[in-house]
Design a protein around this ligand. Structure first.
Ligand SMILES: C[S@@+](CC[C@H](N)C(=O)[O-])C[C@H]1O[C@@H](n2cnc3c(N)ncnc32)[C@H](O)[C@@H]1O
Length: 251
């Protein structure tokens, strides 16, 4: 099958994921899916029936973007997937304002897996903590009914688990795609679910944000996008990334 764009670490295919994915027969470490939510009048915003089941043939771990309404409406389509957690993307400004609702400035990203959790790569990124040092020596024992614990020492290394609410400005200035996702949002999701040099698959690649984020994080990536104009936008941005990033490891 012909790629629309290809370099050392990224491949992009133009076409319907329901046809391309089975033909690729790829096994990825992680899927990052930003599907059509089917909530707007945009021509491409149509839910491809059955795509989560198809995605399950290509990976056992998946981040999926969506609104609460989308996940509730399509819950049955995620049969066979188990939900591990949800992350909230807080934007600087929102979309779809209605005068009779709260001003909506967030979206959900849910993590799903199949099979045994211990076989799923999950490595929570840590962020720098600037508060007071919490280093402490543990107690030797507790009250009898809670059992006895050994002495321990906690050394505060100045980092904390990344929080489940991630603030990132929506990407508007480039006008590559109406629902383009920011790299700084995708970066911790990819670090969490895909090992270094592992393979990330994005079946709804749009302007190629996931592909760029994966490449910058030192992961390989395969994308599928149904529209040629978005493939072109993705190819342009990927071709503009400096070559020294292709060897990976840059967060
Ligand atoms: C929500 S957008 C993805 C935006 C992308 N994450 C970005 O940052 O640019 C969903 C994309 O899926 C594409 N799409 C819709 N149906 C598809 C299908 N059956 N196969 C492949 N792509 C499809 C749309 O053209 C659209 O670009």
């Amino acid at each position: 099958m012909q790629t629309y764009y290809e370099d050392d670490t990224v491949q992009l295919y133009l076409g319907d994921m329901r046809e391309i994915l089975p033909a690729l027969a790829a096994q990825a470490d992680l899927i990052v899916a930003d599907p059509p939510y089917a909530e707007t009048a945009l021509a491409w915003d149509r839910w491809p029936d059955g795509w989560p089941t198809l995605a399950a043939t290509a990976a056992s771990s998946m981040w999926c973007f969506g609104s609460m309404r989308m996940f509730l409406d399509r819950a049955g389509e995620f049969d066979g997937w188990k939900l591990s957690q949800d992350v909230v993307w807080e934007k600087n400004n929102g979309s779809g304002f209605a005068r009779d609702r709260f001003r909506r400035v967030h979206e959900h990203v849910t993590h799903w897996y199949r099979g045994d959790w211990t076989n799923i790569h999950h490595d929570t990124p840590r962020t720098t903590y600037t508060g007071p040092d919490k280093s402490a020596r543990g107690r030797d024992s507790r009250t009898p009914h809670t059992g006895t614990v050994g002495a321990h020492t906690y050394v505060d290394d100045g980092t904390r688990l990344t929080r489940s609410v991630i603030q990132a400005a929506a990407v508007r200035y480039q006008r590559r795609h109406p629902t383009e996702k920011p790299i700084e949002l995708l970066n911790p999701l990819i670090h969490y679910g895909c090992p270094e040099n592992g393979l990330v698959l994005d079946p709804f690649a749009g302007s190629g944000s996931t592909l760029e984020a994966a490449q910058r994080a030192g992961r390989r990536a395969v994308g599928i996008e149904a529209r040629e104009d978005y493939c072109e936008a993705a190819a342009r941005r990927l071709a503009a990334i400096p070559l020294d990033l292709f060897t990976g490891g840059v967060a």
